[in-house]
Design a protein around this ligand. Structure first.
Ligand code: KG4
Ligand code: ZN
Length: 339
């Protein structure tokens, strides 16, 4: 039995969890700052760091208390080393190093995106199956990750410009529907009709993505309609954007599935919470009945520390320990990949 205490502060959630053997969540505490950042229309990095500093001790104490374990029973301290906002990451890194030093524990520096992938461990009662294909989609990343084996990562596709979550947030800003854009557009699109047409951006590479051109198309379309005196139907804009963006993403994912024949396909990251994506992917995967599709429950899509504890378990088993000299790295590559 291995109990790992994990800390996550890469963006705007201050989180700590205790996870046993990478699959059993003994406790998971998430303190969200969303209400503060919503006031500014997006995450303000300096504000985020300050709130992390205010909350981190209480969040860790609460997670340890709820786990029912004493610090003696914790085997290692895991933390998100990157990618993320440097000031935010720094708070979690310092907290983890302080605990490791004080209680003489091993340190596990973890890549945030691997955490999103391993969050799928909580969605199933069996192990992840390899080779595995992960569609990792968040506010900062859009990646197709090929995992031939446990804790082995190869990025086979990525965005050429904006991340998908970023595109959702930007389109929401254009529509005046606030931050974060993903959940609002998801909801509005349900009421939308196929009224507007948006062109899918062209991009080099079979598994690569592009979303910035699509965001510009939305802005230009709104400007055109306004100039012509037509009222903007926000729900229809949300529908058109979502169908185009997700359509492209699902098509590329299915192409990779067809080419590579993984045993399991998983989604990961905040955008994996999207209700339309879930349906599109489940439909598309019907042509591959032997390949298991896992789409994690919404609470494991968005940032939390349990996912860092899940990813830290294979790192622990492989002996991938860090030292007190390790610093936060805002553009930390996936393990085994170079920057
Ligand atoms: O993974 P995450 O919580 O934080 C990062 O690591 O970036 O992802 C946040 C992103 C935001 O851009 C948010 O708009 C998007 O995930 N998101 C969604 C949905 N819920 C959150 N995007 C589309 N549909 C949703 N339902
Ligand atoms: Zn994330």
């Amino acid at each position: 039995m291995t109990a790992i205490l994990a800390i996550e502060t890469s963006c705007d959630e201050t989180a700590c969890a205790v996870v046993r053997d990478g699959k059993e969540i003994l406790s998971s505490v998430v303190s969200s700052q969303i209400n503060v950042h919503t006031l500014y229309g997006g995450v303000v990095p300096e504000v985020a760091s300050r709130i992390h500093v205010e909350n981190i001790s209480a969040v860790i104490q609460e997670a340890v208390k709820r786990s029912g374990l004493s610090m003696d029973e914790i085997d290692a301290i895991a933390y998100t080393r990157g990618p993320g906002l440097i000031g935010s990451l720094h708070v979690g890194v310092q907290a983890a190093k302080t605990l490791a030093w004080q209680f003489d524990k091993k340190l596990l520096p973890i890549n945030h995106m691997t955490g999103h992938i391993y969050a799928n461990r909580f969605a199933i009662d069996h192990d992840l199956q390899f080779p595995l294909l992960a569609l990792v989609i968040s506010g900062g990343h859009t990646q197709l990750v090929w995992m031939p084996d446990d804790y082995t990562f190869h990025i086979i596709g990525t965005t050429m410009d904006d991340a998908i979550g970023e595109a959702y947030d930007k389109v929401s800003r254009v529509l005046g529907t606030g931050y974060p854009g993903g959940p609002v557009i998801d909801k509005m699109a349900k009421l939308g009709k196929p009224h507007y047409t948006l062109k899918e951006p062209h991009v080099e590479g079979a598994y690569n993505f592009s979303f910035s051109g699509l965001k510009t198309s939305v802005t230009q379309m709104i400007a055109r309609e306004e100039k012509a005196g037509n009222p903007i139907i926000k729900e229809d804009v949300a529908y058109a954007f979502q169908e185009t963006a997700l359509g492209a993403m699902v098509r590329k994912t299915l192409a990779a599935v067809g080419d590579l024949s993984p045993k399991m396909v998983v989604t990961a990251g905040g955008v994996a919470a999207n209700s339309r994506l879930r349906v599109m992917l489940a439909d598309g995967m019907k042509q591959y009945p032997d390949i298991e599709l896992v789409q994690p429950p919404i609470k494991y899509c968005t940032d939390n520390a349990a996912m860092i504890g899940a990813s830290a378990y294979p790192a622990y088993c492989h002996g991938l320990f860090g030292t007190l000299a390790d610093a936060a790295d805002p553009s930390l590559p996936m393990p085994g990949e170079t920057e």
